[in-house]
Write a protein that binds this ligand. Structure first.
Ligand code: NAP
Length: 339
């Protein structure tokens, strides 16, 4: 019997994440029999390439999911809120990149290296976590299993690609404007992003945190299935195109040495340990970009607290932080015979 091939739809196919989803499906040889590329009416007439074949982009409509078995959504929360339940009702399994369903208790929130056991197709929708959360939990999972984690303090340095294709263009244009000493135009961000940074990702909430910071807080507890982990996040946008960096301080429940952590991380799935301070080797976004691994380095004891550890974690935010994780979830469904 030949391998089953699936009818797959990519919603938001013309976007930064959606485009990469198409590429990652091809790279990882996911058994796609037929692919449907969906976006807004604005993109009708455009063509995208899958396995060397030029495929027309179609407008997303209610009947787009007829006969589709698997849909990867990456077109923002409001599109997901409207169309993911429509697709699921038609028997299509949705893997959703937006934040629309992540904290819904019925919807699994999955990072395949961390909580594959939580995957279920019962509600028809599986949520892909926030990019900053994914790379942090991949790095922390082996430590959590060995020593438990009581508290996490994290500061992120997030690339503009996390805001989509228009933000990538905004940085590009602003860099040109600074170099040419012409007027700096700003549409996406609250401040100039070229040669600047700001601690403002998502809207500010009443508690003083931003939406992005609270995503890291809530999603981490849900993925670990541990309501007792305390998280304090500060999320910062920086003028980097691809690759989020994170300074992570943790307090483990049991003592664990830096050497033991290094050994665990060398063996951990999806992790690349780059930790040679003497040779000036540590993770940087320019090297993490284009890879699917979570790069970890600068592991050291945090002397400010008992059982404290500090580290630096970098990953390609639109690969492991979005497209690759979504395709890995689809692979997990296949492995488990759930689709
Ligand atoms: N999980 C993660 O870590 C992660 C990381 C990055 C982004 N995301 C999420 O992924 C989503 C897309 O992000 P992105 O960075 O790829 O954004 P983007 O580059 O701006 O692309 C947005 C995509 O959505 C489509 N779209 C917008 N409105 C639509 C509508 N009404 N109907 C159908 N399609 C519509 C766009 O189509 P047109 O080209 O036709 O406008 C485009 O394909 C967002 O929800 C974002 O929060 C998640």
């Amino acid at each position: 019997m030949g391998i089953k091939a699936y009818r797959v739809a990519v919603v938001g196919a013309t976007g930064a994440v959606g485009n990469l989803m198409i590429q990652v499906l091809e790279e990882r040889a996911f058994p796609v029999g037929d692919i449907k590329l969906l976006a807004s009416a604005r993109s009708v007439g455009k063509f995208l390439t899958f396995r060397g074949e030029s495929i027309p982009v179609q407008e997303l409509k209610e009947d787009s999911f007829d006969g589709v078995q698997l849909a990867l959504f990456s077109a923002g929360g409001s599109v997901s809120r409207t169309f993911a339940p429509i697709a699921a009702k038609k028997g299509c399994i949705v893997i959703d990149n937006s934040s629309a369903f992540r904290m819904d208790p019925k919807v699994p929130l999955i990072v395949p290296e961390v909580n594959p056991g939580a995957v279920t197709v019962e509600p028809g929708i599986i949520a892909n976590p926030n990019c900053s959360t994914i790379q942090m939990v991949v790095a922390l999972k082996p430590i959590y299993d060995a020593a438990g984690i009581r508290r996490i303090v994290v500061t992120t340095f997030q690339a503009v690609s996390g805001t989509g294709k228009r933000a990538i263009e905004e940085l590009r244009h602003q860099v040109q404007s600074v170099i040419n000493a012409t007027e700096i135009k700003r549409e996406i961000y609250p401040y100039q992003i070229a040669f600047n940074c700001f601690p403002h990702i998502g809207a500010f909430l009443e508690n003083g945190f931003t939406e992005e910071e609270m995503k890291m807080d809530n999603e981490t507890r849900k993925i670990f299935g541990d309501p007792d982990i305390a998280v304090c996040a500060t999320t910062v946008r920086v003028p980097v195109y691809f690759g989020h960096s994170e300074s992570v301080n943790i307090e483990t429940r049991k003592p664990i040495t830096v050497e033991a952590v290094r050994k665990l991380l060398v063996a951990a799935p999806g992790v690349r340990l780059i930790d040679d301070p003497a040779g000036a080797r540590y993770p940087v976004p320019i090297e993490a970009a284009g890879t699917d691994d979570t790069h970890v380095g600068r592991i050291r004891r945090d002397p400010s607290v008992e059982n404290g550890l500090a580290m630096w974690v970098v990953a390609d935010n639109i690969r492991k932080g979005a497209a690759t994780n979504a395709v890995q979830i689809a692979e997990l469904l296949l492995e488990r015979g759930l689709v």
